[in-house]
Design a protein around this ligand. Sequence first.
Ligand code: ADP
Length: 759
Amino acid sequence: MEVTSIIKTLSNETNLQILSILRSGTFNPRELARILQKDESDISRRLRLLERMGIVEGRWIRAGNKNIKVYSLKVEEVRISFEPGEVVIQTSRNGRYEIPIPESKIPKVENFFGREDEIKLLSSPEKRVIVIYGIAGIGKTALAARVFGDAFWYQVNEADSFDYFIWQIGLFLNSAGYSTLLEYLRGGGREERDILELVLDGIESTGMKLVVDDLHKCTDEKILRLLAFIAGRMEHGLLVILSREKPRLGIVDATYIRLKGLDLKSAYSLIKSRGVKIDLTDFVDIYQLTMGHPLALNLFAEAYIEKNEIRPEKFFDFLFWEVYQALNRDEGLMLQLLGLFDEPVEYGAIKHVYPKKNAFVVLYSLLNKGLVEKRGELYFLHDLLRNIMKETPEVDEREYCSRYIDYLIEKKNIKDFLRALRYAVRLKDRDKFRELIELRLRRFKRIIQDFPDAYMKVLLQLENDPYARKELGHIYFQRGFFEKALRLWLEVEDRLEGIHRADVMSSLADVYMELENFEEAEKYLRELEKIADESEDLEIKLWYHVELTKFKYYMDDPEGALESAFKELEIIRRMEPYPELESLVLLHIGDIYLGMEKPEESLKYYHHALEIARAYSLPFMEHLAHGELSKAHFTVEDYKKAVEHAGKAVEYYLRVRNYRRAVDALAYRCLSYIGLNLPDRGEKDAEEMIKIAQSMDYPLGWAGYIFLGVAKSLKGEDGAEYLRRGKEKLKKHPWLYDAVLKELARVYKAAEAGDLFAE
Ligand code: ADP
């Protein structure tokens, strides 16, 4: 392949992100797309390209009866050397493969003037937190971009949310070699405290610099808390905050810089660089009017007018309208269009929305005039100009925003989907809104787990809309607020149509089962059955069987549950790949078989689930399967294998701070060690269980005392005190206590166990 096209491919930000993620393992394109919030077919295309270039390696693996493609990094280094007459690109498997930090989100200032003192101060900062504040357009962004070109740049947007912010930081840290945060988030971790600690840990271990631009726009409490948290504790990283007002984050130990205009000399250089010919003495008056405000200077250079025509009041607006009136019609239209967008937008979007063919030329002319700014591949109007533009509502907002929505939907990723939804809300276009919610149900199922904050924020803007309320119910349900979800769903159940009605029926059946009201659950299940029978929609049929399986399982009808679970599998396999659910259903089938005392069958399905999870790079599902496999192997007294699988689960769950599941796996490993007569190891696991129970009071953790007592007595030591303590702690949970003893009895002769507990 040609050298230039390799360099081009490697200089693409998305490609670099893909490579940086592949550094941590083997991935299926689908999961990569989820992590990067991109369209899956786009990711596949890029992977194939990188494969052709020999940088990544694709291979097929077999999961069940399917072949699934996975990719991993083939080389660790790409070396470009300049030889006489040619440029050579070499790759090697040794050495470092360092991913340059994506730079494109950082604004570029081509001609930068002045600010020598500030640059000096910022280049060797004495404190870990720097706050630059000052009025709009005064040059905060330009200054920070000049000094912190290698930082992670976060542009605050009113619509942003904590989960989205954190995911971006996770991605960045991952590319810098710290993968724990991203892994935690992918594993479904959402505890604020954990996240704060992981972000801090990531920043400290990578020395990350974080620039938060336009903090005054931030309305998300959790983001503010995070910033205050890291600001107070950081020792190696750097936090740079840009804001119009001095922020009230309670950060004491920070360097504060209040930015004023450019000095006379720099201001003069700026307008001269824009091609204005004016004497320094004449410029002095202008300078005093602008106070060296760089954006005003830019406008002045564009509008260059005799100074006696300028009125000092509303100087900025005056300059702007001077410039605006001199624009041709296309330029005016483009400016108004850009004024409609709440965020920087890419050229593709502008081309799609702008009604004429000359988008490129017009955009560039505005860029040259300093009216439009560019950040990476994104174009936008400075907030100051956008606010002035708002006073000219000449464009048809509805028409252009609708076109933008269509463009965003086509991008097929979560981020743009959320954006589309926001515009639909802004236009109060309820049909579009409904259509988008349907898309959420079918294509963007993961939003509820991955970006609940962001999603909730949009939904709350249409809080009274029944479709929005139904979706809010899903978020509450996911967070464990079952009563709240129930209330919302009951309230809207008669106000929804189409697939949404099926959704609410299935949700109601589900939540009633969680609340152990099986009569009501059955009622909704029957409703759902009717809808599913009359519909050809596989999605609805799937929901029905998911709920039916659960219902039968609770009703102690394992045969019925099994039948329905197999039906689920059959439907899933007729739909677009849905590996998370497929492996989950396989695990359920395994559970049902285990309950039916058919451990051999259950092992088969657990293994199958493991294969699917691995093939699609779903670590959470993979370790769920390991946990179940350990349980099943334990049941058939294969303690060695039980230890092996439990070990994998323990290690993963501790890493992603899912302590409940870690304890579950620890319990089986500990019991297996006892079964293998390795009390020393059992003792360690028991102690770990107790440690977790002490910090979070997860009842099963207290069984650690019982296991510890048993391990001690196996070693010939006195374990009675531990046994007593374990019994005491589990007193409140008699059911759990019995279950623990039952499992213990498998590895420790019942008679002896009985002896142990003799008072
Ligand atoms: P703020 O972040 O304070 O709102 P910006 O950094 O966006 O302001 O600056 C506004 C405009 O002025 C931008 O177009 C920017 O490129 C230009 N600008 C700011 N500072 C300078 C400078 N020192 N030299 C040249 N241009 C500058």
